[in-house]
Design a protein around this ligand. Structure first.
Ligand code: HEM
Length: 179
């Protein structure tokens, strides 16, 4: 997992919980990197699980909600750093449909060792978008936060349902229905 994900995560922790929490997490989580992350470096995604688990235990907030919130936080970074992806789309459905075949493809070119999820996209109806998320890293709640932020960014509203198709978080279907 790229260092930028860790630096953004720790920035969110500092903003929402204060610097002491960052310090406590770095001391108590199992981190082969010792918590020293550079934006372009690559670290085991297990370090992210360790940090999220520790933050959940210390804050009493579910790990799923923490990941959802982190999705909104890192979305802000994406909108400023990668604005061209957003400006080339005119709607949330168009943008979300382009992640698999365009955005993450470009991300992989920039960072060949990035570990990205797979999305299978379909449009069961004009107002409905289905996104099947697949990843060994089981970060569907991070995807949820990113999807909600995308809708808000384009000023749209949709109901989102999430169905765990594999039962272990590896394959999760999001169905977005415009309201
Ligand atoms: C301009 C927009 C976006 C950019 C630049 C971007 C880029 C990235 C980058 C750099 C990573 C980290 C890869 C690694 O650490 O190895 C990542 C991971 C991820 N991205 Fe995107 N992304 C974008 C939009 C989205 C959106 C809208 C979603 C949700 C629908 C999404 C879902 C994910 C998820 C869930 C991961 C975590 C890895 C995993 O689950 O396997 N991304 N993305």
């Amino acid at each position: 997992m790229k260092g930028i994900v860790f630096t953004e995560f720790l920035e969110m922790v500092e903003q929402k919980f204060g610097y002491k929490m960052v310090d406590d997490l770095l001391i108590s989580s199992e981190l082969p990197s010792k918590g020293v992350y550079t934006a372009v470096g690559t670290y085991s995604h297990k370090e992210m699980f360790s940090l999220v688990t520790q933050l959940s235990e210390r804050s009493g907030i579910d790990a799923s909600l923490l990941l959802d919130t982190f999705g909104s936080h890192i979305f802000e970074h994406f909108t400023s750093r990668y604005n061209h992806f957003f400006s080339s789309c005119t709607s949330a459905f168009e943008f979300l449909s382009s992640i698999e075949e365009h955005i993450h493809v470009e991300v992989q070119k920039l960072y060949p060792d990035a570990e990205l999820p797979e999305f299978i996209i379909s449009r069961p109806g004009d107002d409905v978008l289905s996104m099947i998320y697949k990843s060994e890293r089981k970060l569907s709640f991070l995807a949820l936060g990113l999807i909600k932020s995308t809708l808000a960014y384009y000023g749209e509203t949709a109901e989102i349902t999430m169905k765990d198709l594999s039962g272990d978080g590896h394959t999760v279907e999001f169905i977005l229905t415009k309201v």
